[in-house]
Design a binder for this molecule. Structure first.
Ligand code: AMP
Length: 184
């Protein structure tokens, strides 16, 4: 499954909790990039200049990183992709990759919150790439490049209200997933 939502909506927090509850691998492209930046790997050095500006890392780089990650054993029985795909080209690429493996995306969880709530949360998280300009650019990219994914995956989107306590939102998301597939 995928989790999609604007920056500041609590996507990473909820993704960690949901993957644990569902016993599937949590794959965050942002976390993998940040780990590589921290370790100063070749990938990290390349990604850093895009990340610090709030730009997307080029698709070929991101896609091949995701392909490697999906090959790992813990993703064999299911995975929650967090921060990927971020645009239609990445979504199409993912569809082909999974199709070739006889897999598919079952559900796309859309976490939503009003802009005022997002801004409050961003101010309090103080991440290194949270400069005003990078924040603005990521919001722009979300609206122009990421929201078209909702149309692309329209038959699998589950919209969940992201306003509220962390537990409350997790329960909402799990309830939405169970409503969709009560047998699971
Ligand atoms: P995130 O933690 O999801 O906000 O990601 C942090 C940064 O990593 C983004 O601003 C991008 O620079 C980069 N990044 C994460 N996921 C992707 C992706 N799917 N495609 C391109 N760049 C990405």
């Amino acid at each position: 499954m995928l989790i999609v939502g604007p920056q500041g909506v609590g996507k990473g927090t909820q993704a960690t909790r949901l993957a644990k509850a569902l016993d599937i691998a949590h794959i965050s492209t942002g976390d993998i990039f940040r780990a590589n930046v921290g370790e100063k790997t070749e990938l990290g050095l390349l990604a850093q200049k895009y990340m610090s500006q709030g730009d997307l890392v080029p698709d070929e780089v991101t896609n091949s990183m995701v392909a490697d990650r999906l090959d790992q054993q813990d993703a064999a029985e299911g995975f929650l992709l967090d921060g990927f795909p971020r645009n239609l080209d990445q979504a199409r690429w993912l569809g082909e990759l999974l199709g070739a493996r006889g897999q598919s995306i079952d559900a796309v969880l859309l976490l939503e919150a009003p802009t005022e709530v997002l801004m409050d949360r961003l101010v309090s998280r103080a991440r290194e790439d949270d400069t005003p300009e990078a924040i603005r650019k990521r919001l722009d990219i979300y609206h122009t490049s990421t929201t078209p994914l909702l149309e692309y995956y329209h038959d699998r989107v589950l919209a969940v209200n992201g306003v509220g306590g962390v537990d409350e939102v997790t329960q909402r998301a799990l309830a939405a997933l169970h409503r969709r597939s009560p047998s699971n």
